[in-house]
Design a protein. Sequence first.
Length: 255
Amino acid sequence: MFKKALALFGLLTSMSFAAWDYLPILPKGMGQAVAQFQYSSMDPLSSVDLVAGIRFSAFNWLELSAILPYRVTTSFDGDNEYIEEKVDKMNGIGNITLGLRFQFTETFSVYADAYLPGEETYTESDFFFGVGLQHSSIYTHLIWASDIGLIYGDPWTNQFLKFGTELNVLLGPFVPYAHLDFFYGLESDAPDNGFGYSSDDEGGGNGLLVGPGLKFAFTPQLSVDLSLGFYMGDRFSTEEIDSPTVFAVGIYFTF
């Protein structure tokens, strides 16, 4: 169970940044850059991460993106020798994500993401990928959006179906929002990948992410996003380690 918890904790940055934007693709030739600070707590574990991302619309129907997470530090406030040995190896570059998004109507798009290997036990899996379908409905004072996706890779940490939905309330430059993700773990009899899974650690495990947040636009090009993420369910908790909570501050620049 410690192995499972550490592997999931290493992937929190990638998972919490997966749904970058549910809005339609930007017009051809436009793009957006983001810098984000994340603090994650999974008592007795905690970490500080920095994330840089960029996306660019090569055409009105095609968006290219890249995300680079970097774990600055990981702390462990406990006396478990197994975790103490792993903590120092959980810092560094995480799963670099390369993405494509194709918009085929004004409100529907499909996406494909490739998660490249990072450093040591921080990212756990050598390579995994995700595909999905997104939809957004834009009203005068509301934006409601959702997606359904499949993440496929390692049997426990990143093999699941995900359904996400988000509601934004447009109040001038202020946009409070609520985000909800449901994770359905896929069963797998895949062989040991070298990290040391036991048969009990493979496959399955459901979870939930509840994420309130607030966006504020200083200018049409520059905005700030504050958010909290509360993870719950069997996928994210064990008897020894609490479910994760993630606080994030992001600065977004449109060019």
